[in-house]
Design a protein around this ligand. Structure first.
Ligand SMILES: *[C@@H]1O[C@H](CO)[C@@H](O)[C@H](O)[C@H]1NC(C)=O
Ligand SMILES: *[C@@H]1O[C@H](CO)[C@@H](O)[C@H](O)[C@H]1NC(C)=O
Ligand SMILES: *[C@@H]1O[C@H](CO)[C@@H](O)[C@H](O)[C@H]1NC(C)=O
Ligand SMILES: *[C@@H]1O[C@H](CO)[C@@H](O)[C@H](O)[C@H]1NC(C)=O
Length: 476
């Protein structure tokens, strides 16, 4: 490695909020640890409003810059509604990325372009990295257990002739031993559309194996079993657990500031550990019937609650859930009046601020990885109600492998017509909110470790150092 030589990195995040925010956090982490490193983040333009613009105006560090790629209009119309669209979207971006990178390379002031850091859905860009002689690292925004499951299933699918994947449907009771998990993992909780050819998830996963390294937003003490198993598999590149990267996140608009203040003021009035917080992520919402079951459960449990209730987008619209003008339209009649002293129904939620508040004692969550890490970071136990993507297997990890969460319905799938009854929800909430339960003690323990992992000498701190070393070795 040549002493003061500078190096530059290209980041290609997937341009939706949750992926982008963690990629930018990783960029910031690397830039602030290594002075010789400059980072260019290429921001692709999706054919819909992903509400990331406020977030991508100003880079968070002097050695990070954002380049906004144009929209590829010729691909927009064919993309909406089509299957395999993530893959085809990326294909439509390859030329734009190639041009942006070529322009960057003309300006050598920021040093040799040594590597691309690609979102887990951007591996087609490995081709561009190869063309310019740069290494590729992939950045995984789900946990390393879920990563281990995806790689294992991909390997069974591609390499094992005896494996009949037709048997493993969402309705089967089959389970498969997976090295990254302690317990065999039921087919019911595998990521949705894992083998749906039209979705093409396998196309992305296969290429993780070509990368120089896999960076994961997790920390060793949380997922030690999975990380150890991944690291001992020669067919998998080195894994770098560098988290937990937690971002207060979301748009800091004037309106959100006002809402945050109102929410915190309400929480301030509640006793310690008394409030259950319900929030289902950026893409989480329920239809009216299910909303009424949740409302009934809350009312019967008598527990104080803060409920982030979102309005489902029109079907097939590709939009995210929004705000109700008046939540009365979906809630049971008189619900808001009857629960006025007990709970608060809100729309958008400042999740980390809420979870950090001493009055919050439990979290009903969809178990998105981002929310899972935030619950650990704040030491608040979860009642698991996954909806989509790899959330079911995150719920399985928390409930079965870690014994760190209560189950509401681990194999729930949004848009499948499943309904969770009020009694089930109520029972889980009561269990979650018991002050002296085992899961609370477990969460408290990893909560402490999540903080020390990032401090000098901690596991994530050291993995960041190793990752930077590996990146800088590419200069020569
Ligand atoms: C836009 O996408 C289409 C379809 O993938 C592709 O053929 C074309 O080259 C892209 N345009 C640019 C400017 O990259
Ligand atoms: C998805 O689309 C890409 C580009 O058109 C194609 O190369 C790939 O084979 C498709 N994958 C599947 C599973 O259809
Ligand atoms: C993390 O997820 C929560 C809910 O799932 C969401 O409110 C928040 O905006 C996300 N954070 C980031 C940084 O995207
Ligand atoms: C949001 O949820 C729907 C299913 O309800 C799913 O089809 C869609 O892919 C999700 N969007 C994102 C960006 O995760």
């Amino acid at each position: 490695m040549s002493g003061d030589a500078k190096a530059s990195l290209v980041f290609v995040p997937f341009p939706v909020m949750s992926h982008l925010v963690s990629a930018v956090a990783l960029a910031k982490l690397l830039a602030s640890r290594e002075d010789r490193l400059s980072i260019t983040v290429l921001i692709m333009k999706l054919p819909m409003d992903t509400k990331i613009s406020a977030y991508t105006k100003t880079p968070p560090h002097p050695r990070i810059n954002f380049i906004h790629l144009q929209e590829n209009k010729s691909s927009s119309s064919e993309l909406s509604g089509s299957k395999n669209r993530t893959f085809r979207f990326l294909e439509s971006q390859t030329g734009l990325v190639r041009d942006a990178v070529a322009e960057m390379m003309e300006n050598r002031a920021s040093g040799k372009l040594v590597a691309f850091v690609l979102d887990m859905f951007c591996t087609p860009m490995i081709d561009v990295a190869n063309e310019v002689g740069a290494q590729s690292y992939v950045f995984i925004t789900c946990g390393s257990s879920a990563l281990g499951l995806m790689l294992h299933l991909q390997s069974l699918h591609d390499d094992d002739n005896d494996w009949d994947m037709e048997e493993y449907t969402e309705d089967s009771d089959l389970a498969v031993p997976v090295p990254a998990y302690v317990n065999p993992v039921p087919a019911k909780v595998w990521p949705a559309n894992m083998f749906d050819d039209e979705k093409g998830l396998l196309e992305f996963i296969r290429r993780y194996r070509e990368c120089k390294g896999i960076v994961v937003n997790t920390f060793l003490e949380l997922e030690s079993h999975a990380i150890t198993s991944l690291s001992s598999d020669q067919r998998i590149p080195p894994v770098y657990p560098v988290g937990a990267m937690i971002q207060g996140g979301g748009e800091e608009t004037e309106e959100n500031r006002r809402k945050r203040e109102e929410i915190i003021q309400w929480l301030d009035k509640q006793p310690d550990l008394s409030v259950v917080f319900l929030c289902f992520g950026t893409n989480g919402s329920f239809e009216g019937d299910q909303v009424k079951e949740i409302a009934a459960a809350l009312e019967k449990s008598g527990v104080q609650f803060l409920w982030s209730l979102r309005k489902p987008p029109p079907k097939e619209s590709m939009e995210f859930p929004g705000e109700y003008e008046s939540p009365e339209q979906v809630l049971p009649e008189g619900f808001l009046q009857r629960t006025a002293g007990v709970g608060k129904v809100i729309g958008w939620a400042p999740q980390v601020a809420v979870l950090s508040h001493p009055s919050v004692g439990g979290f009903v969550s969809h178990c998105g990885w981002n929310s899972t890490l935030e619950s650990v970071w704040c030491g608040v136990p979860i009642a698991a109600w996954p909806l989509d993507a790899e959330q079911q297997v995150n719920a399985f990890l928390l409930v079965k492998d870690f014994e760190m969460a209560v189950e509401i319905k681990m194999d729930y799938r949004k848009n499948s017509g499943m309904m969770v009854a009020a009694e089930t929800i109520e029972k889980a909430i009561r269990q979650l909110m018991e002050p002296e339960n085992k899961i609370r003690a477990k969460v408290e323990e990893v909560h402490e470790k999540s903080r020390t992992a990032l401090q000098e000498g901690g596991s994530s701190y050291n993995f960041v150092g190793r990752l930077i070393q590996d990146i800088m070795d590419n200069i020569s």
